[in-house]
Design a protein around this ligand. Structure first.
Ligand code: ADP
Ligand code: VHF
Length: 360
């Protein structure tokens, strides 16, 4: 693990905030010392930090009579500058320049937007800057939102081809039951063969968090499937980052289970919401696509197409029970695809290099 050269570190609201909702100044400062030490070891660091809403809550009292979406906009708008000014001051004390990157899901909607954001991180890293990323909660409301910052951190780790993603939360990792239950045990390594993680996880979230442990684990699996190690560890413990890197503290690791994954696949893994159309396939095609050997989607296995798309658009592929198989980039438009529906010996609609299968 000492070989990690590029890290995405995500810090949850609960790590940055005390029980009473006020920012935990000592802990924030300690984590920054740790990140500065990593930087000094030559590791590139991207920080995804939650905590804007929590910081805002410590500064403004919003009455219940306001809409919760509006209240969140207010708190994030006030809190984000508090959060970032803290980071700026603390990193500067180590002679490190940090920057602010606020994004929404829409900023990754197609290859062009994705590329723009990629370029932004690329130039920041080339200048030895630590980007501090958060969702732009002021403009990102309801359906435009990421599930939570774990999802955003996973997206950035895969886009930037990080070696690892470290998720700091307020428990030691994933347990076999509720963390407060003494019978629960910490799961130190999650492998692809472990199928039902959901069975362990209670839907309870920590006080100020958004997504919860289940979304964290689903994201972690997906990212491990893209060849990036994910570590979930306790950010409330001093010295945690170095200890995770030395593997000297119990935590949960999701081991990467795929070698190098192409840029197109890494984009597709996160762009499912932006599919232009749904392609229905029959049982045989579903089995072939999900099978051990890489298979392309051929017109002969397609039973119906809902929606219109052009060459290079993203399509969602579903089986005969409407379960999503994956997403892929179309080799030709929907007009041509409709005309070839069910026909043998035709060019694939989606080539296997441009197919991203969902893990179950
Ligand atoms: N099986 C489990 N193992 C670990 N944590 C769990 C489990 N089930 C539920 N949780 C809860 O998930 C919380 C962490 O997720 P979340 O609230 O999203 O944190 P964060 O703000 O760090 O993103 C823990 O505080 C814990 O209460
Ligand atoms: N963007 C929000 C945090 C959203 C979020 O995902 O929080 P968490 O589950 O604590 O990582 C904020 O800065 O308050």
């Amino acid at each position: 693990m000492a070989a990690y050269k590029k890290l995405v570190i995500k810090i949850g609201s609960n790590v940055l905030t005390r029980e009473n909702g006020l920012p935990h100044a000592e802990r924030i400062s300690e984590l920054i010392d740790e990140m500065a030490a990593l930087k000094q070891q030559g590791i590139e660091v991207i920080l995804v930090s939650s905590g804007a809403v929590a910081a805002g809550r410590s500064m403004v009292k919003v009455s219940d009579k306001y809409d919760i979406v509006a209240a969140r906009q207010l708190l994030a708008s006030v809190g984000q500058i508090q959060l970032i000014s803290n980071y700026e001051r603390l990193f500067r004390a180590h002679d490190i320049t940090c920057s602010q990157v606020l994004v929404t899901r829409e900023d990754f909607r197609d290859r062009l937007h994705y590329r723009n954001i990629y370029n932004c991180f690329d130039i920041l890293l080339k200048h030895s800057i630590i980007p501090v990323v958060n969702e732009n909660d002021v403009v990102s409301v309801t359906e435009l939102m990421f599930t939570d910052n774990d999802e955003l951190a996973g997206l950035i780790a895969s886009m930037m081809k990080a070696d690892a993603l470290i998720i700091l939360t307020n428990v030691d990792g994933l347990y076999t039951g509720h963390p407060a239950d003494p019978a629960s045990q910490l799961i130190e390594a999650v492998t692809p063969a472990m199928d039902d993680l959901a069975a362990f996880i209670s839907s309870e979230k920590s006080n100020f968090g958004r997504g919860g442990m289940l979304t964290k684990c689903n994201m972690a699996r997906k990212i491990a499937g893209l060849g990036i190690a994910v570590h979930i560890a306790n950010g409330t413990k001093p010295g945690i980052l170095q200890q995770v890197l030395n593997n000297s503290i119990p935590h949960t690791s999701f081991l990467p289970f795929e070698g190098s994954v192409s840029g197109s696949k890494r984009w597709m893994a996160h762009a499912g919401n932006y599919a232009k159309a749904v392609v229905h396939v029959n049982k045989g095609a579903g089995e072939a696509l999900r099978g051990e050997r890489a298979a392309s989607l051929l017109p002969v296995g397609i039973t119906a197409i809902e929606g219109e798309f052009r060459k290079k658009d993203l399509v969602r592929i579903v089986d005969e029970n409407h379960a999503v198989i994956g997403v892929g980039i179309a080799e030709y438009g929907s007009d041509k695809a409709q005309s070839l529906l069910g026909m043998k010996n035709q060019k694939p609609l989606v080539h296997y290099d441009y197919l991203y299968l969902h893990h179950h």
